[in-house]
Write a protein that binds this ligand. Structure first.
Ligand SMILES: O=C(O)CCC(=O)C(=O)O
Ligand SMILES: [Fe+2]
Length: 376
């Protein structure tokens, strides 16, 4: 990220003034912009002492306004939170699904891999990606999305962000596709409920974010396997104190991520003191974090926190859902200025082209490097 976020906007609210001091992202680190109510030292202290907050969704009906405030507080401060009591997820089955898929013969997985890993294949964005030797990211993954209806004529045929998902053949013992498609809908709905709470906590209409996702969200659901390093890892996977990563530090590019990490350690987030703190596994809970898309729209008020995954010496599985707006959705900066006459103006920007530029030209993740441009 070359461009620092340097906006500071005041948001009126009926019952309290929010902190008018936000973390500012400059180059790699979050620093604190001086605020009105809290001075830098106090805000820094507050944030560095924050544990990862827990949002219990079972309170969404009974204690909605308070819960909404807690969501906003968590998003304004650490940008990472646990979401408890999401209904309908069978985590044990999800684990078995991951093990089944990654245990398939390499040949079978490679039938589903993206074109840049196997030239006969047609899928560019969805499907399987293998471990790539020499990369500091040591992981294989399988991705899918909600398919766009075949009769939808609004999608350009070369827009691979909407390409059809590919699926493995099932052997009758696991309902892989059905289970994961159902999971997608559960986490999608969970993300929408969290966004309704966030809107309520911000003092705007609960459905203020809904339009971004109601047409054809570009969200991606991934299952991932991180094999431990064998032999000597590449230099760029070795970090301080001789620790080794399987995913280097990064911020997610999407709107928000909902993640499950089973019982595995290894996930760490960077707090405002520049210290890496562990995000321990919490059973039956999802971990949520804000992506750059959302943080940018909120002019840095909601935090996209840097995080990384350490090699824990054993195979590690995790399941992220990357909530993403529709290709044409407006994700321009200063979204909140639509609701208040104060502050810098909203600058419209389409999600799809912005994301493509970021993942292909700025961050250059190995799994996206060779994606073609998309002509509208
Ligand atoms: O596996 C994890 O714990 C985190 C994964 C992650 O940060 C990502 O895929 O963006
Ligand atoms: Fe991430």
């Amino acid at each position: 990220m070359g461009q620092p976020f340097k906006h500071r906007i005041e948001y009126p609210s009926d019952d309290k003034m929010y902190y008018h001091a936000y973390a500012v992202l400059s180059d790699k680190n979050w620093t604190v912009s001086r605020g009105i109510h809290l001075d830098e030292t106090e805000l820094k202290k507050q944030m560095s002492e924050l544990p990862i907050p827990v949002i219990d969704l079972s309170r969404a009906k009974t204690d909605r306004i308070q819960l909404a405030k807690e969501v906003v507080h968590a998003l304004e401060n650490i940008g990472f939170l646990y979401i408890d009591n999401v209904k309908g997820i069978d985590f044990n089955k999800l684990f078995k699904i991951c093990q089944w898929f990654f245990g398939l013969p390499m040949e079978t997985k490679m039938d589903l891999t993206r074109k840049n890993f196997k030239s006969e294949n047609h899928n560019l964005y969805r499907g399987y990606f293998p471990v790539v030797e020499g990369e500091p990211s040591r992981k294989e993954g399988f991705e899918f999305a909600r398919d766009v209806p075949a009769d939808d004529k609004t999608v350009s045929p070369n827009n691979w962000m909407y390409e059809k998902s590919v699926w493995p053949e099932e052997n009758g013992t696991v309902a892989f596709k059905e289970f994961l498609q159902n999971m997608y809908e559960i986490v999608h709905e969970t993300s929408q409920e969290i966004l309704r709470l966030a809107a309520l906590g911000l003092g705007i209409e609960e459905n203020s974010f809904e339009h971004l996702f109601s047409d054809k969200p570009c969200s991606t659901f991934r299952i991932m396997h991180y094999p431990p390093w064998e032999g000597k890892p590449p230099e760029n996977a070795i970090i301080e104190d001789g620790k080794v990563v399987t995913t280097p530090e990064h911020m997610d590019s999407d709107f928000l991520t909902l993640l499950h990490i089973f019982n595995y350690d290894g996930l760490e987030v960077l707090n405002l003191d520049g210290k890496w703190i562990a995000v321990p596994p919490r059973s039956n809970s999802l971990i949520m974090n804000i992506g750059v898309t959302f943080s940018r729209m909120m002019a840095g008020r909601f935090k996209a926190t840097r995080h990384r995954v350490l090699d824990i010496g054993i195979d590690r599985f995790s399941v992220p859902f990357f909530l993403s707006p529709s290709f044409d959705s407006d994700i321009g900066v200063n979204f909140m200025s639509k609701f208040t006459s104060n502050g810098p103006k909203h600058v419209p920007e389409k999600f799809g082209p912005w994301l493509l530029h970021r993942i292909k030209h700025e961050i250059k993740y190995f799994e996206y490097r060779d994606l073609p441009e998309i002509e509208d």
